[in-house]
Design a protein around this ligand. Sequence first.
Ligand code: GLY
Ligand code: MN
Ligand code: MN
Length: 439
Amino acid sequence: MNIKLAEYGQRRERLMKKIGTGTAIFRSAPTVIMHNDVEYVFRQDSDFFYLTGFNEPEAVAVLAPHHEEHHFVLFVQPKDSEKETWTGYRCGVDKAKEFYGADKVYPINELHEKLPQYIEKANRIYYHLGRDKNFNKVILSYWQRLMAAYPKRGAGPVAIEDPNPILHSMRQVKSITELEMLRKAIGISVIAHNRAREFVQVGHYEYEVQAEIEHAFLSHGGIGPAYPSIVASGANACILHYIENCRQIQENELLLIDAGCSYGYYNGDITRTFPVSGKFTGEQKAIYELVLEAQLRSIKSVQPGKSYNEFHDIAVCVLVQGLIDLGLLKGDLEEIIKEEKYKPFYMHKTGHWLGLDVHDVGVYKQGEGTWKLLEPGHLLTVEPGIYISPNIKPLKGQPEIPERWRGIGIRIEDNVFVTKTGHEVLTTGVPKMIDEISL
Ligand code: GLY
Ligand code: MN
Ligand code: MN
């Protein structure tokens, strides 16, 4: 399964309509050194990939809707059989035109010579000043040169504008094919979670569970983990991004697994927490019930037209009331929420956009103080949790936390797609109800 060439073309057309007489320039991701002359596996820049589907480094994509002949131009690494022997297949100039639908393709070493013709007549340059500092300098120096010539020409780009607000609002709403890709990534993530839960026993090391998960990712055609897999037993679950995964799982412990598969660069992001032996302690069960209730109530509020933050506010409200009822917080519900006195137990937001990036692009607010409204096509995670670290420090005036509660960390995370009439939870394949995960 893959995004079709035509869809990349439609995306470019939509962007070009919005930039009118501007020229947009996108840079591929760099290769990243792991150590000495060994590189990490290449991961394309998501914006670049969204617009081109081209998966090589050392490339530049130009969209010039006002140009007479070439609206979509690619600069790519040329074929080089000697280099390809070492670092793998390159598409090359000729095939890039055929495979990726560019109007014109140049070898990347001609960038300096060929790029100016696509910029000089534009009224602005759309370019995100990003992580490639050298390329930033190149773009700025073109612009300065054109600005110096402006009085004589009376034409040329008068501004550099960040394309991200336009592009990321496009990426925020998933197409039908993107949803299929996401279902695939999430489907593999579901298989991996179920495999891990069926495998794990007291005495296993966390990394053995990680191996089961990542085996499932790869053996079902995924690229690998969408982010470093978190397999956190006991108190390790109180560390939000625990990725060492090196501890042996003990009796009576919960295991928190936060793992998702990347498939064609689209990502799943699922968390489940369960008692490894099948039995909750009373305290574990009380906290689990609370997080589950917060999550279920929170998911219900994911509806088109609702403010982005509503599901977070609901989760906080349920969690805080529950912590008060359990005697772990004390005081007035509203005051605790307003003064964020719950933060030692719950320090993150209840979700994020999900897509080509795990923490996907797109705004959460539309102007100061106004949350984005949910729309059909949005995909987000809903992931409340409670973390009672062994070292938890109650805030002033709050109760000391008895030992029996300490070391409990629970998060439950689903991926929720906003539909025209409500929502669809894409991760229902991994059980989370108490009777499904305990004896
Ligand atoms: N796994 C990262 C997150 O849940 O946001
Ligand atoms: Mn996660
Ligand atoms: Mn997440």
